[in-house]
Design a protein around this ligand. Structure first.
Ligand code: GCU
Length: 429
């Protein structure tokens, strides 16, 4: 009996999310010929069947679509505000060999007697003579992973274990220093006149299913509350919300032009950047890299990762309502293209990688095509092509897309395109 109790306790304390039963999820399909015929919902048709006749009618249609996607997919971000305070920033004017001014600041998100500390790392070009446009995004391995600087403090929050044992007892170790440097290309960003602000996503909400007691969810919940209501926010919405609170703080930063902030994310954090751009119109441009299912990939294609799979493997990412669409995508009143339209008229860039079949590159492209009519209506511009572009042939209108060779990742080539796209839309203003 005692042994049984120890066994049960250890299963429960390890990490409930590892215990998800994936056995009922059918194996992933990668064969285009097996995709069932589907029709994408027309974003320019109101729920009552009326057609959006002019750009003037779009805001009303956008509101109802936003309500649907919020309720059915990501969950509602609480209306209540939090108090945000910041410790005195630690400033280094000659970071990265003199290329950058570096600011490290801990934000405190406070409510109901709780305080969630969030470490923000900001680099701006040291040569800048005025406020600079900014890329802003969440990182996977802690701020110390984004560059090789030896004096960046290690992330303190809970971290997912990884294969190379660089996370011990769910905490970052020195091995992670610089481990995401190739993904962030900080020197390239700075040399092109942009700043970068980044946060470890686990500071905002640890990426495991703990019943929503930790992270920023806890600011708004009674500790005795069990489970979630069907439309309560999940972790992706929480990560997006954390980005917005950091943007609140940055409004007073004299080095940054907060009217020119591009929100960027990779993979699950690309889903979060897309939702952040939707939920917070202050983000002037949105980039979703290899964001796949729950991001830019059309769910109805059911290729690679599916709604059923993602809701099973990551039960804390979306609202409970989203589970209604497990193997039932046809019932969704929206799809990934609808998410992109919710950013309109602001520019959106979607990036894929050839070998990232799990994220369905073609589905990621097709969502830009599906969003195009809304962009055309509002801006006379959209995605410049109808057919999927060849590898390494980026296309850039108000919507942009590329597919590059290689794996699920963010690489220098991706950043060259993100910067070109940001130059086109943010610098031109
Ligand atoms: C898993 C998950 C994806 C996610 C990815 C990531 O592969 O299934 O949806 O995008 O992790 O975040 O790296």
């Amino acid at each position: 009996m005692k042994l049984l109790r120890i066994l049960i306790a250890s299963v429960l304390t390890v990490s409930p999310c590892w215990a998800q039963d994936l056995s009922k999820v059918p194996p992933a399909n990668y064969d285009e010929s097996k995709i069932k015929p589907y029709t994408l919902p027309d974003p320019l048709v109101f729920n009552d069947g009326r057609k959006v006749g002019s750009a003037k009618e779009w805001p009303a249609r956008r509101s109802e679509l936003l309500e649907t996607v919020t309720r059915e997919m990501f969950g509602r971000i609480p209306n209540e505000s939090v108090e945000i305070s910041a410790d005195t920033p630690q400033i280094k004017t000659d970071a990265l060999g003199g290329l950058a001014k570096r600011k490290l600041v801990t934000l405190h998100l406070k409510r109901n007697g709780k305080d969630i500390p969030v470490d923000l790392l900001i680099y701006t070009p040291s040569q800048a003579t005025g406020k600079v446009p900014l890329f802003m995004g969440l990182n996977f391995n802690g701020n110390q992973a984004v560059t090789n600087e030896p004096d960046l403090p290690l992330a303190k929050s809970w971290m997912r274990p990884n294969k190379n044992n660089s996370v011990i007892n769910n905490r970052a170790t020195e091995t992670l220093r610089g481990s995401e440097a190739s993904r962030w290309q900080v020197e390239k960003i700075l040399k092109n006149g942009y700043g970068l602000a980044t946060i470890y996503y686990g500071d905002i909400d640890p990426d495991f299913d703990d019943g929503f007691h930790n992270g920023v969810h806890s600011l708004f919940r009674d500790p005795s509350q069990q489970g979630r209501t069907a439309d309560e926010w999940g972790s992706i919405a929480a990560w997006a919300w954390g980005l917005s609170r950091s943007l609140d703080y940055l409004q007073n930063d004299t080095d940054i032009d907060t009217s020119k902030v591009a929100v960027i994310g990779h993979s699950r954090l690309g889903k979060a950047s897309l939702w952040a751009g939707i939920a917070d119109p202050r983000f002037a441009l949105v980039i979703a890299n290899n964001s796949g299912c729950g991001g830019a990939a059309i769910e109805r294609r059911e290729i690679g990762e599916t709604v059923f799979r993602i809701n099973t493997a990551f039960p804390h990412w979306f609202s409970l309502n989203f589970r209604k669409y497990n193997q039932n995508e046809a019932k969704m009143a929206f799809d990934a293209h609808s998410l992109i339209t919710l950013v309109a008229p602001r520019p959106v860039y979607i990036a894929s990688a050839e070998k990232d079949t799990w994220a369905d590159p073609k589905g990621e492209f097709l969502s830009t095509v599906g969003a195009d009519p809304v962009y055309r209506l509002l801006t006379n511009d959209g995605i410049p092509v109808k057919e999927m572009p060849a590898i390494s042939s980026p296309v850039m209108g108000r919507l942009g897309y590329h597919i590059r060779p290689g794996e699920h990742d963010v690489v220098a080539y991706d950043w060259d395109q993100f910067i070109a796209f940001a130059d086109k839309h943010l610098k031109a203003k």
